[in-house]
Write a protein that binds this ligand. Sequence first.
Ligand code: NAD
Ligand code: DAU
Length: 359
Amino acid sequence: MKTYLVTGGCGFIGSNFIRLLFEKETNVHVVNLDALTYAGNPLNVQDVKEKFPDNYTFIHGDVADQQVVDEIFHNYQINSVVHFAAESHVDRSIQEPLLFIRTNVLGTTVLLNTAMKHWKEQWEKNRFLYISTDEVYGSLPLDQPEKKFDEESPLQPNSPYASSKAAADLLVQSYYTTYGFPAIITRCSNNFGPFQFPEKLIPLMIMNMIEGQPLPIYGKGENIRDWIYVQDHCEALLEVLHHGKTGEIYNIGGSNEISNSELLNVLSEIVAEQTQVNPDEYEKHITFVKDRPGHDLRYALDCSKIQNKFGWNTSFDFSVRLKETVRWYLENENWILSVKTGAYQEWIERQYSNRLEDV
Ligand code: NAD
Ligand code: DAU
């Protein structure tokens, strides 16, 4: 039996990863350590808990809490750590940077130290996968579409979120270089799909369309993101976990760049089609608002390393996956109800009171 410690498994990508792991592998035990912040939702893994009661353990705790992490390594024979837990939203990091340093930097270091101590240099049996982000590379210009970041590109993060992820990314690298610790790093682009908390662009816009709320686009809406379907990301993670080389870094991107404005137009049409409403209904709610401070213009990844080494590639057609994602949000009323209260509502109110000014 192989035991995985997955951190942040009640969040968006972590929950999709755990589901895929159980689909693809037998004879595994998953220990999910999650602090259940506003972004963590037990419903995200409810089905897993019901289907695999003997192979799934949830631990409500903080990755930065040394005692909790120690106890987990003491109580379970952890073979691999897949470290998702983080404060993950750029806008929040601008308002509350210290929380990001605590969870993302201190939390990662506590995990590294504890795994080091318990694994006792039996590195060949173990793996520590750190889920980093393309935001560590900083921003690309809009007028040089041929430019992309590869794994050798320098780290030039701009937001407190990206800087905290870069700090943790460098710490993970230093544990490999200094101690030979069996770490691997992946840097992924923007994910979309089911179970994403509606503070991130795609689910926020879907929810706001359903709720008849304004659709706030920062600045001119010209910023470009490279979208990847969450399941493709998770499949790449399994590939890297099993076949990747320790000490290596792998970019994972969707090769699917689109500006925020264009994306919103596509999304309005899809939601309109599925709700049988005239797309103008949604388009008239598009509101250009004050820009995010330090807003990165464009992200794009060169993924030839993971493609050449593992033959991995994205399997998706963007508009098909976007349609499926919209349908998921329309069909999962209980989930929507669970996120609509509390943090989502507060966030919407705070965003609107701060931001809803025409540029
Ligand atoms: P998310 O915000 O949806 O989920 C984060 C999870 O971590 C939540 O369940 C939360 O409760 C948990 N958590 C937060 N602080 C914790 C703590 N101190 N201790 C234990 N658990 C804690 O995030 P996500 O979008 O699923 O992202 C997961 C990881 O992937 C993050 O590390 C993020 O930086 C990285 N990443 C995300 C994207 C993306 O597009 N979403 C892209 C690249 C990389
Ligand atoms: O690139 C990977 C990163 O993608 C991850 O590391 C982060 O965890 C994840 O949050 C995401 O960061 P972004 O800042 O790119 O995602 P977000 O969904 O917040 O914003 C996407 C784009 O849409 C960005 O250019 C800002 C813009 N935006 C966002 C929101 C929430 C708007 O115009 N309006 C909005 O209301």
